[in-house]
Structures are given as structure tokens and as C-alpha cells.
Design a binder for this molecule. Structure first.
Ligand SMILES: Nc1nc2c(ncn2[C@@H]2O[C@H](COP(=O)(O)OP(=O)(O)OP(=O)(O)O)[C@@H](O)[C@H]2O)c(=O)[nH]1
Ligand SMILES: [Mg+2]
Length: 364
């Protein structure tokens, strides 16, 4: 029996088991088994892939990747969003390599990768799937591209990206597990737990060979998220779902799709429909912000903002500007939403917000 069969058998058993208080520890154990099998499969796959992984050279302030089945219009979209010229074809698997492009928006340079189409079984290595999905793992944003006639492919793509360890649009579970040598498992939580009880927690941990330790849970996680916390190697990536080629259907058709997929952006890469809105969404989801600098004794430069990650501090900005700036930092003044009054004096650890104006005062 190969790994896929093993996983399928356990999944069937989970499916057959009604979920309730009495069965939850059993389901927890089965889900832990599946997670371990998938991890093993990924580890094995990466050590014996004959081909080299794709060569990905990152540039720009942030990176997004287009993921989808063949022929859904990824390359057409890349060419529309960026300066790139990726080959477009009416046949499947036109794109065979990773094609980067740069989208300029709000003064930011966002790098977007066009990659070959993936198919069912990609995370298990089908059609270079694992290498393609590895590129997605390192991105700051995933753009899932669907063809308007195959919206149901979304489930396949979500499954594939989850199987490689990506958690699209999820926040990391606030769970800490401290192993000990003796004393059994002790669980404490700061919130009421709806999905987990002591028995379930213990049976999952036992599956991982953990029999003693302190577990502290700060958010109401379910079994899957608790397992993610134990595995500890998931990547949490914001994800946008795009429905492409909407030029080929009418509004009624799209409204029907909305019943099954709650959140997507309808676009037409070919007819350039909704592309500006998409650019704005991409910018807002890659978590960048614009900081306008006001050099001492001069006017603020509103034309050319400094682009930096959201939640960056004053000292992060100083470091990005010049090494000496951070070393000689005295204080800063800020105008904008992160401060209570305009020009407020702040220290190095003050967290900035989008479109703040910043003046850094250096030691003489
Ligand atoms: N009608 C319509 N056709 C589109 C649209 N976007 C792309 N196409 C067509 O769909 C076909 C596939 O487009 P590509 O951009 O090559 O698709 P891809 O996803 O990059 O395909 P692979 O590289 O094979 O994975 C081409 O014939 C495009 O002209 C669209 O918005 N509307
Ligand atoms: Mg392509």
C-alpha cells in the first residue's frame, strides 16, 4: 500500500466516524496520522527529485505567484499586470518555466511569478507540481486563477496548496507546546475550547510521541489547527481567488458561482476587465505601506514614498535608508494615523502606518 492509499483509507475512516465528544480523540489521532504521512511524503519527495528546482530570483518589495490549472489565463494576466511578456497559447502547458514580471503600484514594485499550470496530485509531485508549489510557499501573496467554466477547480487547488504546507488566508494558531521529561500532559487555555478536550489533546500529542509537557492555548483552535501547531512548519499566506474569462459569461452565471465560492474577484485578463481593481487588491494584501520622508529643513516628498512592510518601526525605516541613520538616530517626528497629534515626537520602536510622514533627527 503506498502513501496515497494509506491516507485515503484513514480519510475514509474519518468520514465514517460521527464527530462528537466521545469520538473526538479518535478523530484527532487519525488526523495526526494523516498529517505525519503527508509530511513524510513531502520530505521524501524533496530528497529524491531528480530535476533541479526552479531557479527563482526575487526582486522588488514583495512577491506574488499565480497558481492555477493549465490554460486558465495566468500568462495573459501576468502580461496585463506587469511589464513581462510571457507566452500565451490556446493549448495546455504553454508555460514551462517560471516567468517573473514587475507590477508597479503606489510606488511599490511587486514581483509576480507566472508558473506552469498545476494538476490534481501536484503536491505529490505530478507534473513538476511540487517544484511549482514550492515557489508558492515562499511568496507573500498567492493569486489562485480559475477559469470561469471550471470554478470547482478551486477545491483541488486549495487541497494541493494545503498539502504542501501552505495555509491560505489563515492566521497561525496561538498554541505553545513545551515538552517535559515527566509529569504527563498539562493543558491550560485562556479561552473556552469548543473543539478540543483533554483526551483529544493527549491522543494527538501521543501520536507525535509527546507524553509529557505543558500546552498553552490562546485561541479556540480545532483539531487541524492544533496539529498545525505541533508540526510547526506551515506557512500562512494571504490568498486571492480570481475568476478569469468572465467576458465569456453573463451576470446570472457569475451569481450562480457566488453561491459556492463566497469570495472571488471576477476578471478578464484578455479584455482587461477589473484589472485596476485587482492591482489595488494585490497592493493591499501584500502588506506594504508607503512612508513619506521629510528631510530636515525641507518639504516632504509626496511623489516618491519609501515602501516598507506593514508594522515596520521607525528604526526599520532608518535601516532601509542608510546604515548610519540607525546608528546616529536621535528621535523622529511623525504626521499621520499612527500618532495622536501631528508632528508627534516618537522613539525608534514606534510602529508606523500607511502614508505616515516621517522626519528622522540624527545625532550631530
Ligand atoms: N475569452 C478569454 N480568453 C482568455 C482570457 N485570458 C486568457 N484567455 C485565453 O486562454 C488561453 C490560455 O491563456 P494562457 O494565458 O496561455 O493560460 P495559462 O494559464 O498561462 O496556461 P498554461 O501556461 O498552459 O498553464 C489563451 O488562448 C488566451 O488567449 C480572458 O480573460 N478571456
Ligand atoms: Mg502560461
Amino acid at each position: 500500500m503506498d502513501v496515497d492509499d494509506k491516507i485515503r483509507k484513514i480519510e475514509e475512516e474519518i468520514h465514517k466516524t460521527p464527530y462528537n465528544k466521545a469520538t473526538s480523540h479518535h478523530i484527532g489521532k487519525l488526523k495526526a496520522k494523516i498529517s505525519k504521512l503527508k509530511e513524510d511524503a513531502i520530505a521524501r519527495g524533496s530528497s529524491n527529485t531528480k530535476g533541479k528546482g526552479f531557479h527563482v530570483k526575487k526582486s522588488g518589495d514583495s512577491t506574488a505567484v499565480l497558481v492555477g490549472f493549465p490554460s486558465v489565463g495566468k500568462s495573459t494576466l501576468l502580461n496585463e499586470l506587469t511589464n513581462a511578456d510571457s507566452k500565451v497559447g490556446s493549448y495546455q502547458f504553454t508555460t514551462l518555466d517560471i516567468i517573473p514580471g514587475i507590477m508597479e503600484y503606489n510606488g511599490a514594485q511587486i514581483q509576480i511569478f507566472d508558473v506552469p499550470g498545476i494538476i490534481t496530485g501536484a503536491s505529490g509531485g505530478k507534473g513538476r507540481g511540487k517544484e511549482i508549489l514550492s515557489v508558492a510557499r515562499t511568496a507573500d501573496l498567492i493569486l489562485i486563477v480559475l477559469d470561469v467554466f471550471n470554478p470547482n477547480h478551486l477545491n483541488v487547488i486549495i487541497k494541493e496548496i494545503r498539502d504542501i504546507g501552505i495555509r491560505p488566508n489563515e492566521t497561525p494558531p496561538d498554541v505553545s507546546i513545551r515538552r517535559k521529561r515527566i509529569g504527563g500532559i498539562h493543558t491550560s487555555s485562556t479561552v473556552p475550547l469548543t473543539y478540543l478536550d483533554d483526551g483529544t489533546i493527549r491522543s494527538i500529542l501521543n501520536e507525535y510521541g509527546i507524553h509529557n509537557g505543558d500546552v498553552l492555548i490562546r485561541d479556540d483552535v480545532n483539531i487541524d489547527k492544533f496539529i498545525d501547531a505541533i508540526e510547526g512548519n506551515r506557512t500562512y499566506i494571504p490568498t486571492i481567488v480570481l475568476l478569469n474569462k468572465v467576458d465569456l459569461v453573463d451576470d446570472n452565471y457569475i451569481n450562480e458561482i457566488k453561491k459556492n465560492i463566497p469570495d472571488f474577484i471576477p476578471i478578464s485578463a484578455d479584455k482587461k476587465y477589473n484589472i485596476d481593481y485587482l492591482k489595488e487588491e494585490i497592493f493591499s494584501r501584500v502588506d506594504l505601506m508607503r512612508i513619506y520622508l521629510k528631510p530636515q529643513g525641507r518639504k516632504v516628498d509626496l511623489e516618491d514614498p519609501l515602501i516598507i512592510r506593514k508594522n515596520a518601526t521607525i528604526i526599520d525605516v532608518a535601516n532601509k535608508l542608510h546604515r548610519e541613520f540607525a546608528k546616529n538616530f536621535r528621535h523622529a517626528n511623525v504626521w499621520g494615523t499612527s500618532v495622536k497629534f501631528p508632528g508627534q515626537k516618537v522613539g525608534p520602536n514606534h510602529i508606523l502606518e500607511d502614508e505616515d510622514i516621517l522626519r528622522i533627527i540624527l545625532k550631530k
